[in-house]
Write a protein that binds this ligand. Structure first.
Ligand code: 5GP
Ligand code: MG
Ligand code: MG
Length: 179
């Protein structure tokens, strides 16, 4: 694997190699190809962090499928209850569709926990969640994760689409904050 990288005076060390990511995405694509054959599923990719994961996964699928993109922003008020605002909305009707949400990482789970009811309201035929990364130790809000590439410890990561203050998305590996 490559070298450490430094951003805003913080050091990040190589954590998941490009090859390991590629392998997991191929396996996930094979699982989805098997599970959704003939169903013309609709993938909903949550921007920004999921864009590279979504593109790499989508091109490996060997079934007819659609993809669209939404952008969610979560704001924390002065109290611990935050709320999720849709910055770029959904322009496709989900009724009777087989829907798979693509997320880069489940951390606290707040974003998806608060957003998923909006999808359920449209009565999709099915609704599943596929994530690249999951930090179970950080999770505070319940989210049913149906497909997960990597379960990781509760440490900040970047790369392969995930950012640190807007930077660091353009790496082939995933890096972990070194402490
Ligand atoms: P949540 O806490 O709602 O599950 O996660 C919200 C969002 O925070 C994720 O979709 C992701 O964009 C960002 N996030 C959470 N943990 C990390 C992390 O370790 N690294 C980076 N770069 N983003 C994270
Ligand atoms: Mg995200
Ligand atoms: Mg971010």
């Amino acid at each position: 694997m490559g070298h450490s990288i430094t951003l805003f005076n913080k050091t990040f060390v190589p954590f998941i190699s490009a090859e390991a990511i590629k392998d997991k995405i191929k396996t996930l694509a094979a699982d989805l190809t098997r599970d959704y054959a003939g169903k013309k599923p609709l993938f909903i990719s949550v921007l920004n962090g999921s864009f590279i994961f979504s593109a790499d996964l989508f091109r490996e699928l060997e079934i007819e499928a659609e993809i669209c993109f939404i952008k969610l922003a979560s704001y924390k008020g002065t109290q611990s209850t935050g709320h999720v605002v849709t910055a770029i909305g959904l322009d496709i009707n989900l009724t009777d569709r087989h829907v798979i949400v693509l997320e880069d990482i489940i951390d606290t789970g707040k974003t998806l926990h608060q957003f998923l009811p909006q999808l359920v309201n449209q009565q999709p035929a099915s609704l599943k969640i596929a994530v690249l990364l999951h930090k179970p130790e950080a999770q505070q809000y319940p989210v049913n994760i149906d497909y997960c590439c990597f379960t990781i410890p509760n440490k900040f990561v970047l790369g392969y689409g995930l950012d640190f203050d807007g930077l660091g998305r353009n790496t082939r590996e995933i890096y972990q904050l070194s402490e």
